[in-house]
Design a protein around this ligand. Structure first.
Ligand code: EPU
Length: 421
């Protein structure tokens, strides 16, 4: 198992290119199951989760290859086996987004019910509610969801849940509706840029989707979808992580392939505490040169502050000049990083879904444990600024969502190395 060793204290300076978005690429890969021809997807990062998704798709008859330019080629060879098994789904919850495409294209899907994960319980009741509204029959057998239909029919569906909209739920129902008969309207649809990117790809395949990026999606069903070529949007969470990396080290980074319109709430909070962020031509320049102010932040569905950057912002606020309040409204238990940050000297008090962060003068390097993807990113950020050495165990969590983060950070001056056992 690999670990990172980070000697803190370097001011980061230089250019970093942001990769394509993991959370756009995964459902887009699953959507290729709907097509009757070859697909080429550009800008898919080379991540553990992308490889997992390739394996899930391979199990259900798709061929997924990466060419020497890094482009992903996907086509479906064989539609006989439509079973996404527990061993795969358990490793990556996003595998559940093969459900909608398999059901729509093959009229049957068997997908292992994903369990909870480190960030708390993650139900899929809304996915199933939406598919049922389109006419699917759903039963549970041996921990698998078995979804079947004679024909999917368009419907008017409310897809909101107790925590607001659902990203992959919207993706699943939208994908299924592309091949349903008639019109589907999804109300309270997720507005995340990744959903819009998926809709753009589906439309390139011949689907008829409008309203993507708003809470009302309209999908007019078509008989067939062809293969298509698509460029995945830049990863706003990777970009947000590097914005924090520049801020926390009092450094200056130029981010290429970064779309600030996907990061409005993050930019708002960072500017509010004293971080400088400017668009310069196609690039984004972020810098900080002083101790930052505290702030309050609540995670929300897009365009609100993303839960996937909550841990990283918390690390930054550990060093702000006063008390900050962070409320997690999407995953109320997503606080695995708190205990590890406290081992490095942070002062954080958690009460239910809220954490009160009292800024300290410095963090101190320590051996810490990565627990999930974004919590691990938060620990890397802490290590960059901590006094002394920080050793982060189990970095396979971070490899799921950040391609070569240590190489990118080292290229702008960080003292970080990967050590393999
Ligand atoms: N929810 C339900 N019922 C459902 C589905 C969701 O109650 O059927 C609840 C969830 O428990 C949560 C909220 O709705 O409280 C939102 O969950 P959502 O369904 O939007 O999450 P997801 O689609 O499973 C994606 C990302 C996550 C990201 C969330 C929220 C992918 C592959 N995953 O998950 O990304 O945190 O949206 O933005 O797109 C990550 O990249 O680290 C990550 C966890």
């Amino acid at each position: 198992m690999d670990r990172f060793v980070i000697n803190g204290g370097a001011r980061l300076k230089g250019k970093i290119r942001i990769d394509g978005a993991k959370n756009a690429a995964l459902p887009i890969m699953a959507a290729a199951l709907l097509s009757d021809g070859p697909n080429v997807i550009h800008g898919v990062p080379d991540l553990a989760d992308v490889r997992f998704m390739g394996e899930v798709l391979g199990d259900v008859g798709a061929r997924v290859t990466r060419d020497p330019n890094g482009d992903l080629h996907l086509s479906v060879d064989d539609e006989a086996d439509s079973h996404a098994k527990y061993d795969r789904v358990r490793k990556m919850r996003a595998s559940v987004c093969v459900l909608g495409p398999l059901l729509a294209k093959r009229k049957r899907a068997r997908v292992s019910l994903p369990g909870g994960c480190q960030i708390g319980p993650r139900p899929i009741d809304l996915h199933l509610r939406g598919l049922k509204a389109l006419g699917a029959e759903i039963e549970l057998d041996g921990g698998d969801i078995i979804a079947t239909c004679k024909k999917l029919r368009g419907a008017h569906i409310f897809l909101g849940g107790p925590f607001g909209s659902t990203v992959l739920g919207t993706a699943n129902v939208m994908m299924a509706a592309t091949l349903a008969e008639g019109r589907t309207v999804i109300e309270s649809a997720a507005c995340e840029p990744e959903v819009e990117d998926l809709a753009d790809y589906l439309n390139a395949m011949g689907a008829r989707i409008s309203g993507a990026g708003t809470p009302r999606l309209t999908i007019d069903g078509v008989d067939k979808l062809r293969g298509a070529e698509h460029h995945v949007i830049p990863d706003r969470i990777e970009a947000g992580t590097f914005l924090v990396a520049a801020a926390i080290t009092n450094g200056e980074l130029t981010l290429q392939n970064c779309r600030l319109e996907h990061l409005m709430a993050v930019v708002d909070r960072l500017q509010n505490i004293g971080v400088q962020i400017d668009q310069e031509g196609g690039d984004v320049v972020v810098s900080s040169s002083r101790r930052l102010e505290p702030t309050d932040v609540t995670t929300q569905p897009f365009p609100g502050f993303p839960t996937d950057l909550q841990a990283q912002l918390m690390t930054l606020l550990c060093l702000a000049d006063g008390n900050s309040v962070i409320t997690e409204k999407i995953y109320p238990d997503r606080f695995m990083h708190v205990a590890e940050l406290m081992r490095m000297g942070a002062n954080i008090r958690r009460e239910g879904p809220t954490a009160v962060v009292t800024g300290v003068k410095r963090l101190i390097g320590a051996p810490v444990m990565a627990s999930d993807l974004r919590a691990s990113a938060a620990l890397v950020l802490a290590g960059l600024v901590a006094r002394g050495a920080t050793v982060i165990q189990r970095v396979y969590h971070i490899d799921r969502g950040y391609e070569a983060i240590e190489a990118k950070l080292a290229s702008v001056g960080a003292d970080i190395t990967r050590v393999s056992d």
